[in-house]
Design a protein around this ligand. Structure first.
Ligand code: FMN
Length: 178
Protein backbone atom coordinates (compact mmCIF):
# COMPACT_ATOMS: atom_id res chain seq x y z
CA UNK A 1 0.00 0.00 0.00
CA UNK A 2 1.22 3.49 -0.85
CA UNK A 3 1.27 6.12 1.90
CA UNK A 4 -1.14 8.11 -0.24
CA UNK A 5 -3.68 5.28 -0.08
CA UNK A 6 -3.42 5.22 3.70
CA UNK A 7 -3.91 8.98 3.88
CA UNK A 8 -6.97 8.69 1.71
CA UNK A 9 -8.39 5.94 3.90
CA UNK A 10 -7.96 7.83 7.18
CA UNK A 11 -9.30 11.03 5.69
CA UNK A 12 -12.39 9.49 4.15
CA UNK A 13 -13.26 7.39 7.21
CA UNK A 14 -15.64 9.61 9.11
CA UNK A 15 -18.48 9.05 11.52
CA UNK A 16 -21.52 8.51 9.33
CA UNK A 17 -24.76 9.93 10.65
CA UNK A 18 -26.56 9.92 7.35
CA UNK A 19 -27.04 6.36 6.13
CA UNK A 20 -28.96 5.91 2.89
CA UNK A 21 -31.46 3.17 2.07
CA UNK A 22 -29.02 0.75 0.46
CA UNK A 23 -29.05 -2.55 2.36
CA UNK A 24 -25.83 -4.19 3.43
CA UNK A 25 -25.05 -7.82 2.66
CA UNK A 26 -24.57 -10.17 5.61
CA UNK A 27 -21.38 -11.44 3.98
CA UNK A 28 -19.93 -7.91 3.84
CA UNK A 29 -20.52 -7.40 7.57
CA UNK A 30 -18.95 -10.77 8.32
CA UNK A 31 -15.95 -9.93 6.15
CA UNK A 32 -15.44 -6.64 8.02
CA UNK A 33 -15.55 -8.53 11.32
CA UNK A 34 -13.14 -11.22 10.11
CA UNK A 35 -10.67 -8.62 8.86
CA UNK A 36 -10.83 -6.80 12.20
CA UNK A 37 -9.74 -9.97 13.96
CA UNK A 38 -6.25 -9.17 12.65
CA UNK A 39 -6.09 -6.23 15.07
CA UNK A 40 -3.29 -6.42 17.64
CA UNK A 41 -4.02 -7.10 21.31
CA UNK A 42 -1.89 -7.44 24.41
CA UNK A 43 -0.26 -10.90 24.49
CA UNK A 44 -2.47 -11.63 21.47
CA UNK A 45 -5.22 -12.23 24.01
CA UNK A 46 -8.00 -11.14 21.62
CA UNK A 47 -10.38 -10.46 24.52
CA UNK A 48 -13.44 -9.90 22.37
CA UNK A 49 -16.35 -11.33 20.46
CA UNK A 50 -17.93 -9.59 17.52
CA UNK A 51 -21.68 -9.85 17.16
CA UNK A 52 -22.68 -9.14 13.58
CA UNK A 53 -26.26 -7.94 13.70
CA UNK A 54 -28.00 -7.91 10.31
CA UNK A 55 -31.47 -9.23 11.11
CA UNK A 56 -33.77 -6.22 10.54
CA UNK A 57 -35.66 -6.58 13.83
CA UNK A 58 -32.45 -6.99 15.83
CA UNK A 59 -30.87 -4.02 14.07
CA UNK A 60 -33.85 -1.90 15.13
CA UNK A 61 -33.61 -3.27 18.67
CA UNK A 62 -29.91 -2.39 18.92
CA UNK A 63 -30.52 1.04 17.36
CA UNK A 64 -33.30 1.90 19.80
CA UNK A 65 -31.27 0.75 22.78
CA UNK A 66 -28.40 3.12 22.03
CA UNK A 67 -30.59 6.19 21.49
CA UNK A 68 -31.39 8.83 24.09
CA UNK A 69 -33.94 11.63 23.94
CA UNK A 70 -31.96 13.23 21.14
CA UNK A 71 -28.83 11.10 20.97
CA UNK A 72 -28.15 8.84 18.03
CA UNK A 73 -31.56 9.23 16.33
CA UNK A 74 -29.79 8.84 12.99
CA UNK A 75 -29.37 5.16 13.85
CA UNK A 76 -32.94 4.52 12.73
CA UNK A 77 -31.32 4.26 9.31
CA UNK A 78 -28.38 2.05 10.28
CA UNK A 79 -28.39 -1.16 8.24
CA UNK A 80 -26.26 -3.34 10.51
CA UNK A 81 -24.24 -3.30 13.69
CA UNK A 82 -21.07 -4.93 14.82
CA UNK A 83 -21.41 -5.09 18.58
CA UNK A 84 -18.13 -5.67 20.37
CA UNK A 85 -18.26 -7.67 23.56
CA UNK A 86 -15.12 -7.66 25.65
CA UNK A 87 -14.02 -10.58 27.73
CA UNK A 88 -11.56 -11.10 30.55
CA UNK A 89 -8.15 -11.34 28.90
CA UNK A 90 -5.78 -14.25 29.25
CA UNK A 91 -2.33 -12.69 29.29
CA UNK A 92 1.04 -14.39 29.29
CA UNK A 93 2.06 -15.45 32.82
CA UNK A 94 4.85 -12.82 32.99
CA UNK A 95 2.37 -10.09 32.09
CA UNK A 96 -0.17 -11.41 34.58
CA UNK A 97 2.40 -10.90 37.34
CA UNK A 98 2.80 -7.22 36.51
CA UNK A 99 -0.64 -6.20 35.27
CA UNK A 100 -4.23 -6.80 36.18
CA UNK A 101 -5.72 -9.10 33.53
CA UNK A 102 -8.07 -6.33 32.38
CA UNK A 103 -5.34 -3.72 32.16
CA UNK A 104 -5.16 -3.78 28.37
CA UNK A 105 -8.70 -4.75 27.39
CA UNK A 106 -9.95 -1.28 26.49
CA UNK A 107 -6.82 -0.58 24.46
CA UNK A 108 -7.34 -3.90 22.68
CA UNK A 109 -10.96 -3.10 21.91
CA UNK A 110 -9.92 0.34 20.67
CA UNK A 111 -7.59 -1.31 18.18
CA UNK A 112 -10.35 -3.66 17.07
CA UNK A 113 -12.76 -0.80 16.52
CA UNK A 114 -10.23 1.07 14.41
CA UNK A 115 -9.81 -2.03 12.26
CA UNK A 116 -13.59 -2.35 11.89
CA UNK A 117 -14.10 1.27 10.84
CA UNK A 118 -11.09 1.50 8.55
CA UNK A 119 -11.74 -1.94 7.09
CA UNK A 120 -15.36 -1.00 6.44
CA UNK A 121 -14.27 2.22 4.75
CA UNK A 122 -11.91 0.29 2.50
CA UNK A 123 -14.96 -1.67 1.32
CA UNK A 124 -17.04 1.46 0.77
CA UNK A 125 -19.09 0.82 3.91
CA UNK A 126 -19.70 3.79 6.20
CA UNK A 127 -19.61 3.47 9.96
CA UNK A 128 -20.14 5.23 13.25
CA UNK A 129 -18.70 4.10 16.57
CA UNK A 130 -21.40 4.32 19.25
CA UNK A 131 -20.47 4.56 22.89
CA UNK A 132 -23.95 5.47 24.15
CA UNK A 133 -24.46 1.87 25.19
CA UNK A 134 -25.91 0.30 28.32
CA UNK A 135 -24.11 -2.98 28.85
CA UNK A 136 -27.01 -4.66 30.69
CA UNK A 137 -29.47 -3.88 27.90
CA UNK A 138 -27.02 -5.11 25.28
CA UNK A 139 -26.51 -8.31 27.25
CA UNK A 140 -30.23 -9.11 26.90
CA UNK A 141 -30.46 -8.12 23.25
CA UNK A 142 -27.42 -10.10 22.17
CA UNK A 143 -27.81 -12.94 24.66
CA UNK A 144 -24.32 -12.46 26.02
CA UNK A 145 -22.81 -14.88 28.48
CA UNK A 146 -21.74 -13.72 31.93
CA UNK A 147 -18.11 -13.28 30.90
CA UNK A 148 -18.97 -10.86 28.07
CA UNK A 149 -19.75 -7.15 28.28
CA UNK A 150 -20.74 -4.96 25.37
CA UNK A 151 -19.95 -1.30 25.85
CA UNK A 152 -19.46 -0.33 22.25
CA UNK A 153 -21.22 -0.94 18.95
CA UNK A 154 -20.40 0.12 15.42
CA UNK A 155 -23.22 1.13 13.10
CA UNK A 156 -22.79 0.24 9.43
CA UNK A 157 -24.44 1.16 6.17
CA UNK A 158 -23.93 3.18 3.03
CA UNK A 159 -24.11 6.92 2.55
CA UNK A 160 -24.05 9.63 -0.10
CA UNK A 161 -22.88 12.27 2.36
CA UNK A 162 -19.83 14.30 1.31
CA UNK A 163 -16.53 13.86 3.09
CA UNK A 164 -16.14 16.51 5.79
CA UNK A 165 -12.96 18.32 6.61
CA UNK A 166 -11.45 16.75 9.71
CA UNK A 167 -11.65 18.80 12.89
CA UNK A 168 -8.71 17.98 15.10
CA UNK A 169 -6.56 19.76 17.67
CA UNK A 170 -3.48 21.51 16.41
CA UNK A 171 -0.56 19.04 16.26
CA UNK A 172 1.45 21.39 18.52
CA UNK A 173 -1.06 20.74 21.30
CA UNK A 174 -0.80 16.99 20.91
CA UNK A 175 2.55 15.93 19.55
CA UNK A 176 5.55 16.43 21.77
CA UNK A 177 8.99 16.14 20.24
CA UNK A 178 11.71 15.27 22.70
C1 FMN B 1 -15.53 5.45 21.83
C2 FMN B 1 -16.34 6.31 20.90
C3 FMN B 1 -17.69 6.53 21.16
C4 FMN B 1 -18.45 7.30 20.27
N1 FMN B 1 -19.81 7.41 20.51
C5 FMN B 1 -20.57 8.09 19.61
C6 FMN B 1 -21.99 8.12 19.75
O1 FMN B 1 -22.58 7.54 20.66
N2 FMN B 1 -22.69 8.81 18.80
C7 FMN B 1 -22.10 9.44 17.76
O2 FMN B 1 -22.81 10.04 16.94
N3 FMN B 1 -20.76 9.40 17.59
C8 FMN B 1 -19.98 8.75 18.48
N4 FMN B 1 -18.61 8.65 18.28
C9 FMN B 1 -18.00 9.31 17.11
C10 FMN B 1 -17.20 10.56 17.49
O3 FMN B 1 -18.08 11.60 17.83
C11 FMN B 1 -16.31 10.96 16.29
O4 FMN B 1 -15.39 9.90 16.04
C12 FMN B 1 -15.51 12.23 16.50
O5 FMN B 1 -16.38 13.32 16.66
C13 FMN B 1 -14.56 12.52 15.32
O6 FMN B 1 -15.27 12.62 14.11
P1 FMN B 1 -14.99 11.64 12.87
O7 FMN B 1 -15.15 10.24 13.38
O8 FMN B 1 -16.04 11.99 11.86
O9 FMN B 1 -13.60 11.88 12.38
C14 FMN B 1 -17.84 7.90 19.14
C15 FMN B 1 -16.49 7.66 18.88
C16 FMN B 1 -15.74 6.86 19.73
C17 FMN B 1 -14.31 6.57 19.38
Amino acid sequence: MEHQDFLQLINTRQSCRDFNDKPIEKSVVKQIAENAMLAPSACNSQPWRLYCVTDEKKVTEVAKSVQGKVQNKFLDKAKAFICVADKVATLKPEAMQKFDRNHFVQYDVGQLIAYVTLGAESMGVKSCVIGWVTADTMKDILGLSDDERCNIVIALGYSDAPIRKKIRKDPSAVIVEI
